[in-house]
Design a protein around this ligand. Structure first.
Ligand code: FAD
Length: 497
Protein backbone atom coordinates (compact mmCIF):
# COMPACT_ATOMS: atom_id res chain seq x y z
CA UNK A 1 0.00 0.00 0.00
CA UNK A 2 1.26 3.50 -0.85
CA UNK A 3 -1.29 5.12 1.43
CA UNK A 4 -4.16 4.21 3.74
CA UNK A 5 -6.55 6.44 1.79
CA UNK A 6 -6.45 8.08 -1.64
CA UNK A 7 -8.81 10.96 -2.23
CA UNK A 8 -9.65 11.79 -5.86
CA UNK A 9 -10.26 15.54 -6.05
CA UNK A 10 -8.74 18.36 -4.02
CA UNK A 11 -11.75 20.69 -3.90
CA UNK A 12 -13.06 21.82 -0.50
CA UNK A 13 -14.53 18.43 0.40
CA UNK A 14 -11.45 16.40 -0.56
CA UNK A 15 -9.21 18.76 1.42
CA UNK A 16 -11.49 18.79 4.46
CA UNK A 17 -11.65 15.00 4.48
CA UNK A 18 -7.88 14.72 4.13
CA UNK A 19 -7.37 17.06 7.10
CA UNK A 20 -9.81 15.08 9.24
CA UNK A 21 -8.00 11.82 8.39
CA UNK A 22 -4.57 13.28 9.15
CA UNK A 23 -5.72 14.27 12.65
CA UNK A 24 -5.89 10.52 13.34
CA UNK A 25 -2.50 9.77 11.80
CA UNK A 26 -3.96 8.18 8.66
CA UNK A 27 -1.66 8.44 5.63
CA UNK A 28 -3.56 10.14 2.85
CA UNK A 29 -2.89 11.36 -0.70
CA UNK A 30 -5.09 13.86 -2.51
CA UNK A 31 -4.92 13.63 -6.30
CA UNK A 32 -6.13 16.85 -7.95
CA UNK A 33 -6.10 17.41 -11.69
CA UNK A 34 -5.85 21.21 -11.49
CA UNK A 35 -2.39 22.61 -11.01
CA UNK A 36 -3.66 25.57 -8.91
CA UNK A 37 -6.62 25.94 -6.53
CA UNK A 38 -9.81 26.86 -8.43
CA UNK A 39 -10.58 30.56 -7.91
CA UNK A 40 -13.92 30.57 -9.78
CA UNK A 41 -16.70 32.33 -7.89
CA UNK A 42 -19.00 29.72 -6.29
CA UNK A 43 -20.36 29.64 -2.72
CA UNK A 44 -20.52 33.04 -1.05
CA UNK A 45 -21.36 31.93 2.50
CA UNK A 46 -21.22 29.01 4.92
CA UNK A 47 -23.87 27.66 7.27
CA UNK A 48 -23.76 26.92 11.00
CA UNK A 49 -22.60 23.25 10.82
CA UNK A 50 -19.68 24.28 8.59
CA UNK A 51 -18.69 27.15 10.89
CA UNK A 52 -18.94 24.79 13.88
CA UNK A 53 -16.79 22.17 12.15
CA UNK A 54 -14.00 24.70 11.54
CA UNK A 55 -14.38 26.18 15.02
CA UNK A 56 -14.03 22.75 16.63
CA UNK A 57 -10.71 22.27 14.85
CA UNK A 58 -9.34 25.58 16.09
CA UNK A 59 -9.88 27.45 12.84
CA UNK A 60 -12.15 30.19 14.16
CA UNK A 61 -9.50 32.95 13.84
CA UNK A 62 -9.04 32.11 10.14
CA UNK A 63 -12.81 32.16 9.56
CA UNK A 64 -13.18 35.44 11.42
CA UNK A 65 -10.38 37.06 9.38
CA UNK A 66 -11.98 35.81 6.14
CA UNK A 67 -15.35 37.19 7.19
CA UNK A 68 -13.83 40.58 8.05
CA UNK A 69 -12.34 40.67 4.54
CA UNK A 70 -15.73 39.81 2.97
CA UNK A 71 -17.54 42.40 5.09
CA UNK A 72 -15.08 45.12 4.07
CA UNK A 73 -15.77 44.39 0.38
CA UNK A 74 -19.52 44.29 1.02
CA UNK A 75 -19.45 47.62 2.86
CA UNK A 76 -17.54 49.24 0.03
CA UNK A 77 -20.14 47.88 -2.42
CA UNK A 78 -22.99 49.36 -0.37
CA UNK A 79 -21.16 52.70 -0.01
CA UNK A 80 -20.37 52.90 -3.72
CA UNK A 81 -24.01 52.43 -4.58
CA UNK A 82 -25.38 55.75 -3.42
CA UNK A 83 -27.55 56.76 -0.46
CA UNK A 84 -26.19 55.99 2.96
CA UNK A 85 -29.17 53.78 3.73
CA UNK A 86 -28.25 50.97 6.15
CA UNK A 87 -28.07 47.64 4.34
CA UNK A 88 -31.23 45.56 4.80
CA UNK A 89 -30.88 43.07 7.61
CA UNK A 90 -30.71 39.68 5.98
CA UNK A 91 -31.27 36.15 7.19
CA UNK A 92 -30.91 34.41 3.82
CA UNK A 93 -33.27 33.85 0.91
CA UNK A 94 -35.58 31.17 -0.37
CA UNK A 95 -36.13 31.14 -4.16
CA UNK A 96 -35.03 34.80 -4.16
CA UNK A 97 -37.64 35.71 -1.52
CA UNK A 98 -35.69 37.68 1.08
CA UNK A 99 -35.86 36.85 4.74
CA UNK A 100 -35.63 39.82 7.06
CA UNK A 101 -33.55 39.35 10.19
CA UNK A 102 -36.02 41.69 11.92
CA UNK A 103 -38.58 38.88 11.78
CA UNK A 104 -36.22 36.20 13.07
CA UNK A 105 -37.01 34.67 16.45
CA UNK A 106 -33.47 34.22 17.70
CA UNK A 107 -34.76 32.74 20.95
CA UNK A 108 -35.86 29.60 19.09
CA UNK A 109 -34.06 26.73 20.92
CA UNK A 110 -32.64 25.39 17.64
CA UNK A 111 -30.44 28.50 17.41
CA UNK A 112 -28.98 27.96 20.89
CA UNK A 113 -25.53 26.63 21.74
CA UNK A 114 -23.51 27.65 18.69
CA UNK A 115 -20.93 29.58 20.71
CA UNK A 116 -18.65 31.89 18.74
CA UNK A 117 -19.25 29.85 15.54
CA UNK A 118 -22.68 31.48 15.43
CA UNK A 119 -21.07 34.82 14.55
CA UNK A 120 -19.56 33.45 11.34
CA UNK A 121 -21.31 33.03 7.98
CA UNK A 122 -20.06 35.46 5.36
CA UNK A 123 -17.08 33.39 4.16
CA UNK A 124 -16.68 32.48 0.51
CA UNK A 125 -15.73 29.15 -1.02
CA UNK A 126 -12.42 30.58 -2.23
CA UNK A 127 -11.59 31.61 1.34
CA UNK A 128 -12.58 28.17 2.67
CA UNK A 129 -10.40 26.47 0.08
CA UNK A 130 -7.45 28.73 0.93
CA UNK A 131 -7.81 27.91 4.66
CA UNK A 132 -8.00 24.18 3.91
CA UNK A 133 -5.05 24.32 1.54
CA UNK A 134 -2.86 25.81 4.29
CA UNK A 135 -4.20 23.40 6.87
CA UNK A 136 -3.59 20.35 4.67
CA UNK A 137 0.03 21.44 4.20
CA UNK A 138 0.46 21.94 7.97
CA UNK A 139 -0.97 18.49 8.70
CA UNK A 140 1.26 16.78 6.14
CA UNK A 141 -1.36 15.73 3.61
CA UNK A 142 0.31 14.49 0.41
CA UNK A 143 -1.51 16.81 -2.04
CA UNK A 144 -0.51 16.12 -5.66
CA UNK A 145 -1.71 18.78 -8.06
CA UNK A 146 -1.81 18.35 -11.82
CA UNK A 147 -2.62 14.64 -11.36
CA UNK A 148 -5.77 13.28 -13.00
CA UNK A 149 -7.29 10.00 -11.85
CA UNK A 150 -8.09 8.03 -15.00
CA UNK A 151 -9.52 4.85 -13.47
CA UNK A 152 -9.05 2.26 -10.73
CA UNK A 153 -9.34 -1.42 -9.87
CA UNK A 154 -10.99 -2.25 -6.55
CA UNK A 155 -10.87 -5.57 -4.70
CA UNK A 156 -11.64 -6.84 -1.19
CA UNK A 157 -8.51 -5.38 0.37
CA UNK A 158 -8.05 -2.08 -1.39
CA UNK A 159 -7.96 -0.05 -4.56
CA UNK A 160 -5.31 0.48 -7.24
CA UNK A 161 -5.77 3.98 -8.59
CA UNK A 162 -4.57 4.78 -12.09
CA UNK A 163 -3.18 8.10 -13.17
CA UNK A 164 -0.65 9.17 -15.75
CA UNK A 165 1.99 7.76 -15.86
CA UNK A 166 1.74 5.47 -12.81
CA UNK A 167 -0.62 3.77 -10.37
CA UNK A 168 -0.95 3.96 -6.60
CA UNK A 169 -2.49 1.53 -4.15
CA UNK A 170 -4.43 2.32 -1.00
CA UNK A 171 -6.81 0.52 1.33
CA UNK A 172 -9.57 3.01 0.51
CA UNK A 173 -10.49 5.38 -2.32
CA UNK A 174 -12.81 8.32 -1.72
CA UNK A 175 -14.27 10.12 -4.74
CA UNK A 176 -14.39 13.84 -3.91
CA UNK A 177 -14.10 14.60 -7.60
CA UNK A 178 -17.17 16.76 -8.05
CA UNK A 179 -20.52 16.49 -9.79
CA UNK A 180 -19.24 14.63 -12.82
CA UNK A 181 -17.22 12.23 -10.66
CA UNK A 182 -15.18 9.64 -12.52
CA UNK A 183 -14.99 7.58 -9.31
CA UNK A 184 -18.79 7.45 -9.02
CA UNK A 185 -19.24 6.39 -12.64
CA UNK A 186 -16.37 3.89 -12.73
CA UNK A 187 -17.44 2.21 -9.48
CA UNK A 188 -21.02 1.83 -10.74
CA UNK A 189 -22.86 3.86 -8.09
CA UNK A 190 -26.51 4.42 -9.01
CA UNK A 191 -27.27 8.13 -9.37
CA UNK A 192 -31.01 8.67 -9.81
CA UNK A 193 -32.72 12.06 -9.78
CA UNK A 194 -34.52 14.70 -11.79
CA UNK A 195 -33.62 16.37 -15.08
CA UNK A 196 -32.52 20.01 -15.34
CA UNK A 197 -34.61 22.84 -16.75
CA UNK A 198 -32.58 26.03 -16.23
CA UNK A 199 -29.41 27.71 -17.40
CA UNK A 200 -27.76 29.79 -14.68
CA UNK A 201 -24.72 32.04 -14.74
CA UNK A 202 -22.78 33.50 -11.86
CA UNK A 203 -19.96 35.96 -12.55
CA UNK A 204 -17.91 38.85 -11.30
CA UNK A 205 -17.87 41.43 -14.10
CA UNK A 206 -17.04 45.01 -14.88
CA UNK A 207 -19.94 46.83 -16.49
CA UNK A 208 -21.02 50.28 -17.58
CA UNK A 209 -23.58 51.85 -15.29
CA UNK A 210 -23.88 49.14 -12.62
CA UNK A 211 -26.18 51.51 -10.70
CA UNK A 212 -28.92 50.76 -13.19
CA UNK A 213 -29.08 47.17 -11.91
CA UNK A 214 -30.94 46.95 -8.60
CA UNK A 215 -29.12 45.27 -5.75
CA UNK A 216 -30.32 42.00 -4.25
CA UNK A 217 -32.47 39.23 -5.76
CA UNK A 218 -35.19 39.97 -8.34
CA UNK A 219 -37.83 37.99 -10.16
CA UNK A 220 -38.69 39.34 -13.59
CA UNK A 221 -41.08 38.15 -16.30
CA UNK A 222 -38.16 36.32 -17.94
CA UNK A 223 -36.32 34.76 -15.00
CA UNK A 224 -34.33 35.71 -11.90
CA UNK A 225 -31.25 37.81 -11.35
CA UNK A 226 -29.13 38.89 -8.40
CA UNK A 227 -26.68 41.79 -8.05
CA UNK A 228 -24.16 41.99 -5.18
CA UNK A 229 -23.18 41.52 -2.37
CA UNK A 230 -19.76 42.21 -3.91
CA UNK A 231 -18.99 44.74 -6.63
CA UNK A 232 -19.70 43.26 -10.07
CA UNK A 233 -21.20 39.98 -8.79
CA UNK A 234 -24.19 39.02 -10.93
CA UNK A 235 -26.26 35.86 -11.16
CA UNK A 236 -28.92 35.05 -13.75
CA UNK A 237 -31.41 32.21 -14.13
CA UNK A 238 -33.24 31.51 -17.39
CA UNK A 239 -35.88 28.83 -17.78
CA UNK A 240 -34.99 27.82 -21.32
CA UNK A 241 -33.52 24.39 -20.67
CA UNK A 242 -30.06 23.32 -19.49
CA UNK A 243 -26.91 24.68 -21.15
CA UNK A 244 -26.17 23.06 -24.51
CA UNK A 245 -22.49 22.69 -23.58
CA UNK A 246 -21.49 23.04 -19.90
CA UNK A 247 -17.79 23.07 -20.77
CA UNK A 248 -17.85 25.76 -23.46
CA UNK A 249 -15.92 28.90 -22.55
CA UNK A 250 -18.17 31.55 -21.00
CA UNK A 251 -17.94 34.70 -23.10
CA UNK A 252 -18.66 38.32 -22.23
CA UNK A 253 -21.35 38.34 -24.94
CA UNK A 254 -23.11 35.32 -23.38
CA UNK A 255 -23.16 36.90 -19.92
CA UNK A 256 -24.35 40.25 -21.25
CA UNK A 257 -27.14 38.64 -23.28
CA UNK A 258 -28.34 36.68 -20.27
CA UNK A 259 -28.20 39.68 -17.93
CA UNK A 260 -30.05 41.91 -20.38
CA UNK A 261 -32.68 39.23 -21.08
CA UNK A 262 -33.45 38.63 -17.41
CA UNK A 263 -33.03 42.13 -15.95
CA UNK A 264 -34.50 44.08 -18.87
CA UNK A 265 -31.67 46.61 -18.35
CA UNK A 266 -29.29 47.36 -21.24
CA UNK A 267 -26.08 46.91 -19.25
CA UNK A 268 -22.81 46.62 -21.14
CA UNK A 269 -20.27 44.21 -19.69
CA UNK A 270 -16.72 45.42 -20.27
CA UNK A 271 -14.71 42.74 -18.45
CA UNK A 272 -15.12 39.34 -16.79
CA UNK A 273 -13.07 38.42 -13.72
CA UNK A 274 -14.70 35.07 -12.91
CA UNK A 275 -17.65 33.20 -14.38
CA UNK A 276 -19.46 29.91 -13.99
CA UNK A 277 -22.43 28.27 -15.66
CA UNK A 278 -24.77 25.99 -13.73
CA UNK A 279 -28.01 24.09 -13.98
CA UNK A 280 -30.45 22.26 -11.69
CA UNK A 281 -29.73 18.62 -12.36
CA UNK A 282 -30.72 17.05 -8.99
CA UNK A 283 -29.29 13.57 -8.40
CA UNK A 284 -27.98 11.57 -5.46
CA UNK A 285 -26.08 8.31 -5.15
CA UNK A 286 -28.28 5.67 -3.51
CA UNK A 287 -25.38 4.63 -1.27
CA UNK A 288 -22.13 6.46 -0.51
CA UNK A 289 -20.07 3.28 -0.26
CA UNK A 290 -19.43 0.30 -2.51
CA UNK A 291 -16.79 -1.94 -0.89
CA UNK A 292 -13.59 0.05 -0.46
CA UNK A 293 -14.80 2.98 -2.59
CA UNK A 294 -16.66 5.90 -1.01
CA UNK A 295 -18.12 9.17 -2.26
CA UNK A 296 -18.37 12.59 -0.60
CA UNK A 297 -19.48 16.07 -1.64
CA UNK A 298 -20.75 16.84 -5.14
CA UNK A 299 -19.57 13.40 -6.27
CA UNK A 300 -22.38 11.95 -4.12
CA UNK A 301 -25.07 14.56 -4.83
CA UNK A 302 -25.71 17.37 -7.30
CA UNK A 303 -28.39 20.07 -7.30
CA UNK A 304 -28.81 23.74 -8.13
CA UNK A 305 -26.92 26.22 -5.94
CA UNK A 306 -30.08 27.95 -4.60
CA UNK A 307 -30.09 28.24 -0.87
CA UNK A 308 -26.32 27.90 -0.60
CA UNK A 309 -26.23 24.26 0.43
CA UNK A 310 -23.73 22.30 -1.71
CA UNK A 311 -20.44 23.27 -0.11
CA UNK A 312 -21.94 22.90 3.36
CA UNK A 313 -23.41 19.52 2.55
CA UNK A 314 -20.04 18.29 1.31
CA UNK A 315 -18.14 19.62 4.33
CA UNK A 316 -20.72 17.81 6.50
CA UNK A 317 -20.01 14.58 4.60
CA UNK A 318 -16.27 14.99 5.13
CA UNK A 319 -16.64 15.64 8.87
CA UNK A 320 -18.95 12.64 9.27
CA UNK A 321 -16.77 10.29 7.23
CA UNK A 322 -13.29 11.37 8.35
CA UNK A 323 -13.18 9.98 11.89
CA UNK A 324 -15.15 6.85 10.97
CA UNK A 325 -12.81 5.95 8.11
CA UNK A 326 -9.84 6.69 10.37
CA UNK A 327 -11.23 4.37 13.07
CA UNK A 328 -11.65 1.59 10.49
CA UNK A 329 -8.19 2.15 8.98
CA UNK A 330 -6.65 2.04 12.45
CA UNK A 331 -8.58 -1.16 13.24
CA UNK A 332 -10.37 0.42 16.19
CA UNK A 333 -13.85 -0.20 14.78
CA UNK A 334 -15.30 -2.72 12.31
CA UNK A 335 -15.88 -1.84 8.66
CA UNK A 336 -19.65 -1.75 9.05
CA UNK A 337 -19.25 1.52 10.97
CA UNK A 338 -18.95 3.02 7.49
CA UNK A 339 -22.57 2.08 6.77
CA UNK A 340 -23.59 4.72 9.31
CA UNK A 341 -21.99 7.28 6.98
CA UNK A 342 -24.63 6.69 4.29
CA UNK A 343 -27.36 6.20 6.89
CA UNK A 344 -26.66 9.57 8.52
CA UNK A 345 -25.68 11.71 5.53
CA UNK A 346 -28.03 10.43 2.80
CA UNK A 347 -31.21 11.86 4.40
CA UNK A 348 -29.57 15.30 4.77
CA UNK A 349 -28.54 15.18 1.11
CA UNK A 350 -32.03 14.10 0.02
CA UNK A 351 -33.47 17.04 1.96
CA UNK A 352 -31.08 19.47 0.21
CA UNK A 353 -32.10 18.14 -3.21
CA UNK A 354 -35.77 18.73 -2.40
CA UNK A 355 -35.05 22.14 -0.87
CA UNK A 356 -33.42 23.24 -4.12
CA UNK A 357 -36.14 21.64 -6.29
CA UNK A 358 -38.80 23.56 -4.35
CA UNK A 359 -36.97 26.80 -5.12
CA UNK A 360 -36.78 26.04 -8.82
CA UNK A 361 -40.53 25.36 -8.84
CA UNK A 362 -41.17 28.74 -7.16
CA UNK A 363 -38.87 30.64 -9.52
CA UNK A 364 -40.51 29.49 -12.76
CA UNK A 365 -41.84 32.47 -14.69
CA UNK A 366 -45.35 31.06 -15.20
CA UNK A 367 -48.63 32.20 -13.62
CA UNK A 368 -49.04 29.14 -11.41
CA UNK A 369 -45.55 29.44 -9.96
CA UNK A 370 -46.04 33.21 -9.44
CA UNK A 371 -49.28 32.51 -7.57
CA UNK A 372 -47.76 29.97 -5.17
CA UNK A 373 -44.73 32.20 -4.80
CA UNK A 374 -46.98 35.01 -3.57
CA UNK A 375 -48.44 32.67 -0.96
CA UNK A 376 -44.97 31.53 0.20
CA UNK A 377 -43.86 35.18 0.26
CA UNK A 378 -46.66 36.03 2.69
CA UNK A 379 -45.72 33.10 4.92
CA UNK A 380 -42.05 34.10 4.88
CA UNK A 381 -43.08 37.59 5.93
CA UNK A 382 -44.06 36.41 9.43
CA UNK A 383 -41.94 35.66 12.50
CA UNK A 384 -42.83 31.95 12.34
CA UNK A 385 -42.17 31.83 8.58
CA UNK A 386 -38.84 33.64 8.65
CA UNK A 387 -37.70 31.57 11.61
CA UNK A 388 -38.70 28.31 9.88
CA UNK A 389 -36.81 29.20 6.68
CA UNK A 390 -33.78 30.56 8.55
CA UNK A 391 -33.50 27.34 10.56
CA UNK A 392 -33.51 25.31 7.36
CA UNK A 393 -31.05 27.53 5.50
CA UNK A 394 -28.64 27.81 8.43
CA UNK A 395 -28.56 24.03 8.96
CA UNK A 396 -29.41 24.22 12.67
CA UNK A 397 -32.32 21.82 12.10
CA UNK A 398 -29.99 18.96 11.17
CA UNK A 399 -29.76 15.88 13.37
CA UNK A 400 -29.02 12.19 12.97
CA UNK A 401 -31.31 9.39 14.01
CA UNK A 402 -29.18 7.92 16.83
CA UNK A 403 -30.37 5.68 19.69
CA UNK A 404 -31.30 7.56 22.87
CA UNK A 405 -34.19 9.61 24.23
CA UNK A 406 -32.43 12.79 25.27
CA UNK A 407 -33.26 15.72 22.94
CA UNK A 408 -29.55 16.47 22.45
CA UNK A 409 -28.76 13.00 21.05
CA UNK A 410 -28.03 13.11 17.31
CA UNK A 411 -27.65 16.89 17.33
CA UNK A 412 -24.62 19.12 17.06
CA UNK A 413 -23.32 19.47 20.63
CA UNK A 414 -23.97 22.83 22.25
CA UNK A 415 -20.74 24.72 22.84
CA UNK A 416 -20.99 24.40 26.61
CA UNK A 417 -18.97 26.87 28.70
CA UNK A 418 -17.16 24.85 31.38
CA UNK A 419 -16.14 25.97 34.82
CA UNK A 420 -12.41 25.72 34.09
CA UNK A 421 -12.81 28.53 31.56
CA UNK A 422 -12.73 26.25 28.50
CA UNK A 423 -15.60 25.53 26.15
CA UNK A 424 -16.61 22.14 24.75
CA UNK A 425 -15.18 23.00 21.32
CA UNK A 426 -11.70 23.40 22.86
CA UNK A 427 -11.77 19.68 23.72
CA UNK A 428 -12.52 18.59 20.13
CA UNK A 429 -9.62 20.40 18.48
CA UNK A 430 -7.42 17.34 18.01
CA UNK A 431 -10.18 15.41 16.22
CA UNK A 432 -10.94 12.91 19.02
CA UNK A 433 -14.29 12.52 20.75
CA UNK A 434 -14.80 13.44 24.38
CA UNK A 435 -16.89 12.35 27.33
CA UNK A 436 -17.76 15.29 29.53
CA UNK A 437 -18.42 14.06 33.03
CA UNK A 438 -20.60 16.78 34.52
CA UNK A 439 -21.00 14.88 37.77
CA UNK A 440 -23.79 12.49 36.85
CA UNK A 441 -22.31 9.62 34.83
CA UNK A 442 -23.77 6.18 35.62
CA UNK A 443 -21.36 4.66 38.13
CA UNK A 444 -21.50 1.12 36.68
CA UNK A 445 -20.04 2.11 33.30
CA UNK A 446 -16.40 1.23 32.79
CA UNK A 447 -15.07 4.33 31.12
CA UNK A 448 -11.69 3.00 29.99
CA UNK A 449 -9.70 6.13 29.17
CA UNK A 450 -8.06 4.30 26.26
CA UNK A 451 -11.27 4.46 24.26
CA UNK A 452 -12.37 8.02 24.85
CA UNK A 453 -10.92 10.90 26.83
CA UNK A 454 -13.02 11.83 29.84
CA UNK A 455 -13.07 15.43 31.04
CA UNK A 456 -14.38 15.85 34.58
CA UNK A 457 -15.80 19.31 34.93
CA UNK A 458 -18.92 21.34 35.69
CA UNK A 459 -21.18 23.33 33.41
CA UNK A 460 -23.04 25.95 35.47
CA UNK A 461 -25.32 26.71 32.46
CA UNK A 462 -26.58 23.11 32.39
CA UNK A 463 -26.97 22.00 36.03
CA UNK A 464 -29.28 19.12 35.08
CA UNK A 465 -27.08 17.57 32.44
CA UNK A 466 -25.28 14.49 33.90
CA UNK A 467 -22.67 14.44 31.14
CA UNK A 468 -22.33 14.36 27.36
CA UNK A 469 -20.62 11.91 25.04
CA UNK A 470 -19.54 13.81 21.94
CA UNK A 471 -18.32 12.08 18.80
CA UNK A 472 -15.30 13.51 16.94
CA UNK A 473 -17.70 15.18 14.47
CA UNK A 474 -19.28 17.15 17.31
CA UNK A 475 -22.47 15.08 17.39
CA UNK A 476 -23.97 14.11 20.76
CA UNK A 477 -24.07 10.32 21.18
CA UNK A 478 -25.32 10.25 24.79
CA UNK A 479 -26.60 12.83 27.24
CA UNK A 480 -28.25 10.87 30.04
CA UNK A 481 -30.01 7.56 30.66
CA UNK A 482 -28.76 3.96 30.58
CA UNK A 483 -27.30 3.79 27.10
CA UNK A 484 -23.82 5.19 27.80
CA UNK A 485 -22.08 1.80 27.66
CA UNK A 486 -23.72 0.98 24.31
CA UNK A 487 -22.90 4.39 22.88
CA UNK A 488 -19.26 4.01 23.91
CA UNK A 489 -19.04 0.60 22.24
CA UNK A 490 -20.79 1.75 19.05
CA UNK A 491 -18.73 4.88 18.46
CA UNK A 492 -15.47 4.21 20.29
CA UNK A 493 -15.13 0.43 20.20
CA UNK A 494 -15.48 -2.43 22.63
CA UNK A 495 -13.51 -2.28 25.86
CA UNK A 496 -10.30 -4.30 25.38
CA UNK A 497 -10.47 -7.62 27.28
C1 FAD B 1 -22.63 29.14 -9.14
C2 FAD B 1 -22.48 28.32 -7.91
C3 FAD B 1 -22.82 28.86 -6.69
C4 FAD B 1 -22.71 28.09 -5.54
N1 FAD B 1 -23.07 28.64 -4.36
C5 FAD B 1 -23.03 27.89 -3.24
C6 FAD B 1 -23.36 28.45 -1.98
O1 FAD B 1 -23.71 29.62 -1.87
N2 FAD B 1 -23.26 27.66 -0.87
C7 FAD B 1 -22.85 26.36 -0.94
O2 FAD B 1 -22.79 25.69 0.10
N3 FAD B 1 -22.51 25.81 -2.13
C8 FAD B 1 -22.59 26.53 -3.27
N4 FAD B 1 -22.22 26.00 -4.45
C9 FAD B 1 -21.86 24.58 -4.48
C10 FAD B 1 -20.39 24.33 -4.18
O3 FAD B 1 -19.59 25.14 -5.00
C11 FAD B 1 -20.08 22.86 -4.41
O4 FAD B 1 -21.04 22.09 -3.74
C12 FAD B 1 -18.67 22.51 -3.90
O5 FAD B 1 -17.68 23.05 -4.74
C13 FAD B 1 -18.49 21.00 -3.84
O6 FAD B 1 -17.20 20.71 -3.44
P1 FAD B 1 -16.51 19.33 -3.86
O7 FAD B 1 -15.15 19.37 -3.25
O8 FAD B 1 -17.42 18.22 -3.57
O9 FAD B 1 -16.41 19.39 -5.44
P2 FAD B 1 -15.60 20.39 -6.36
O10 FAD B 1 -15.52 21.74 -5.76
O11 FAD B 1 -16.20 20.26 -7.72
O12 FAD B 1 -14.13 19.79 -6.37
C14 FAD B 1 -13.86 18.60 -7.08
C15 FAD B 1 -12.38 18.59 -7.43
O13 FAD B 1 -12.06 17.36 -8.04
C16 FAD B 1 -11.18 17.59 -9.13
N5 FAD B 1 -11.31 16.46 -10.06
C17 FAD B 1 -12.39 16.12 -10.80
N6 FAD B 1 -12.16 15.00 -11.48
C18 FAD B 1 -10.90 14.61 -11.16
C19 FAD B 1 -10.08 13.51 -11.55
N7 FAD B 1 -10.51 12.57 -12.42
N8 FAD B 1 -8.83 13.42 -11.03
C20 FAD B 1 -8.37 14.35 -10.15
N9 FAD B 1 -9.10 15.41 -9.77
C21 FAD B 1 -10.35 15.53 -10.26
C22 FAD B 1 -11.65 18.91 -9.69
O14 FAD B 1 -10.62 19.56 -10.42
C23 FAD B 1 -12.02 19.67 -8.44
O15 FAD B 1 -10.95 20.43 -7.92
C24 FAD B 1 -22.27 26.75 -5.62
C25 FAD B 1 -21.91 26.21 -6.85
C26 FAD B 1 -22.00 26.98 -7.99
C27 FAD B 1 -21.60 26.40 -9.31
Amino acid sequence: MNHDVIIAGGGPVGLMLACELRLHGVSVAVLERLTEPDRTIKAGAINVPTAEAFYRRGLLPELAAAQDESMAVFRSFMKDRGPAKPPPKFAGHFAAIWLSADLLDESDPDFAGQGPAGDIGFVSQQQIEAILDRRAAELGVDVRRGVEVTGFDADDTGVTVHMEPESMRASWLVGCDGGRSLVRKAAGFEFPGTAPEITGHQAVVEMDGPDRLSRGWHMTPTGTYAHGPNPGRVLTVEFDGPPADRDAEITMAELEKSLRAVSGVDVTITGVRSATRFTDNARQATTYRLGHVLLAGDAAHVHSPFGGQGLNLGIGDAVNLGWKLAAVVRGRLPEDLLDTYTAERHPIGAWVLDWTRAQIALMRPDPHARAIRAVVGELVDTVAGTTYFAKKISGVWQRYDLPGDHPLVGRSAPDLPLDDGTRLADHLRGGAGVLLDLGGLPSHVDLDEGRVRTVRTRCPDEPNLPGVLVRPDGVVAWAGGDALADALTTWFGARPK
